[in-house]
Design a protein around this ligand. Structure first.
Ligand code: ADP
Ligand code: ASP
Ligand code: MG
Length: 427
């Protein structure tokens, strides 16, 4: 039978018992006659602990060394899972990302996979082994250095492997039963989605729903790999991420898709305001060039109308908090050249987003969203929209209230609580 590619997240591999449980699940697939390739994350909160350790040693650790450190987490779990499998009478071979042929660009901390050369994997499969691959890591084609794919990157390793090995599906095992209409840790009445389109899942992931890594969804869409998100703690059918939920998935369903797929939130961003930018051609280009050169991905950008008296304007944008320091340094360097007044930095913000393909054809969604926020007493700092998304920046402390109020306003609450959180610390 075909190749099954699975991914187990850190919350599913938290301790020795959990690893033995996962090993049993993997062996069951092999027993059913499939070849199995598994991408594993670091155990529990190992990656966060390694970050803390690094920051205890150095305030700004070199990116290369950070990647060397973080990849150790996945190496630990891959070897332990392989050991647990061998205890069950099957043979497993574990491989680092580099050994598995995960080739990336050379950007430490957020490398992109550019190719997979799975020779060692296919050879090991041919020899009858179960293959375990350390997730979240690869090797740069140019520099030959070890890289990491960004937080949550094992999802992407798994889907990229599924594409390279031409698997029919990629199974992502985690600590909840699938993709819900909101994070079940905040909204216990959230509903599980049976199916969701790549398009909506891309927006959910981009807006902070950390159930799936953004680039894994991009990969799935590009190579047409259905992603099945499910719990490693239950046997329940999870959520299918597919191109057309009305037609695809385990069972045919011709029902019209709901207007709203879900509410996502993100507490990992910061806001920078460049105050007093001269309102002249080329100023914005200079500012954003400096940020691009520093490899910073921006999210929302807002430029105020310039004040008539001064011809000065303010430009605000959001970016990952982890890039805050680098961005401030890059902007400080061009202050004289651009002639702006000062920089403001705010990392006490959160972003709440409403996502749904049905927004295209349903007016009144924005006003209902804003009314829900107003009734919860939430003040809106910034707004951005796409065809199928509305996002607002709010104070970090009111994110949970905003998510719950929005979820209820759009009738997303389930009648019976079905959102079980089986493990993980939510960190
Ligand atoms: P893993 O360790 O398996 O990679 P993660 O912690 O990265 O798990 O992702 C799973 C978590 O994602 C869940 O425990 C949940 O708190 C969070 N989450 C955020 N948004 C959603 C959502 N819309 N549906 C399900 N889970 C979500
Ligand atoms: N261990 C990495 C992280 O915590 C990668 C992953 O879990 O997917 O971000
Ligand atoms: Mg994850």
């Amino acid at each position: 039978m075909g190749i099954v590619v699975q991914k187990y997240g850190g919350s599913s591999l938290a301790d020795a018992d959990a690893i033995k449980r996962v090993a049993r699940r993997i062996v069951d697939v092999k027993k059913a006659g499939h070849d199995v390739v598994v991408a594993v994350s670091a155990m529990g909160d190992t990656t966060d602990d390694l970050y803390d350790l690094a920051n205890g040693v150095s305030p700004l650790p070199p990116a290369r060394e950070m990647d060397m450190l973080l990849t150790a987490g996945e190496r630990i779990s891959m070897a332990l899972v392989a050991m647990a499998i061998s205890d069950l009478g099957y043979t497993a071979r574990s491989f680092t990302g580099s050994q598995a042929g995960v080739i990336t660009d050379s950007v430490h901390g957020k490398a992109k996979i550019i190719d997979i050369t799975p020779g060692r994997i296919t050879q090991a499969i041919g020899e009858g082994h179960i293959v375990i691959v350390a997730g979240f890591q690869g090797v740069s084609a140019d520099t030959k250095e070890i890289t990491t794919l960004g937080r949550g990157g094992t999802d992407t390793t798994a889907v990229a492997l599924a594409a390279a090995l031409e698997a029919d599906v990629c199974e992502i095992y985690t600590d909840v039963d699938g993709v819900f209409t909101a994070d079940p840790r905040i909204v216990p009445s959230a509903r599980k989605l049976g199916k969701v389109s790549y398009e909506e899942m891309l927006e959910l992931a981009a807006c902070g729903a950390k159930i799936l890594h953004l680039r894994c969804v991009e990969y799935g869409r590009r190579y047409g790999i259905p992603i099945h998100v499910r719990s490693s703690f239950s046997q329940l059918e999870g959520t299918w991420v597919v191109s057309d939920p009305a037609l695809q998935g385990p069972e045919e369903e011709t029902m019209e898709q709901p207007i709203i797929a879900g509410v996502a939130h993100d507490r990992s961003e910061a806001k920078i305001t460049v105050v007093g930018v001269p309102d002249k051609v080329g100023e914005a280009a200079r500012i954003f060039e400096a940020l691009a050169d520093a490899q910073i991905n921006l999210d929302m950008i807002v430029q105020n109308v310039s004040a008539a008296a001064t011809s000065l304007t303010d430009i605000s944008f959001t970016l990952p908090r982890t890039d805050g320091q680098t961005a401030m340094t890059a902007l400080a360097r061009i202050q004289a050249e651009v002639g702006y007044d000062k920089l403001l930095y705010d990392d006490k913000i959160g972003k709440v987003s409403l996502i749904g393909a049905g927004m295209r054809s349903h007016p009144g969604i924005t006003s209902k969203f804003f009314a829900a926020l107003a009734s919860a007493g939430v003040n809106i700092g910034m707004i951005s929209t796409s065809e199928i998304r509305i996002s607002v920046v709010v104070d970090e402390n009111v994110v949970d209230d905003a998510v719950r109020a929005t979820h209820t306003a759009f009738d997303l609450d389930a009648d019976e609580v079905e959102a079980v959180v089986y493990g993980g610390t939510g960190r």
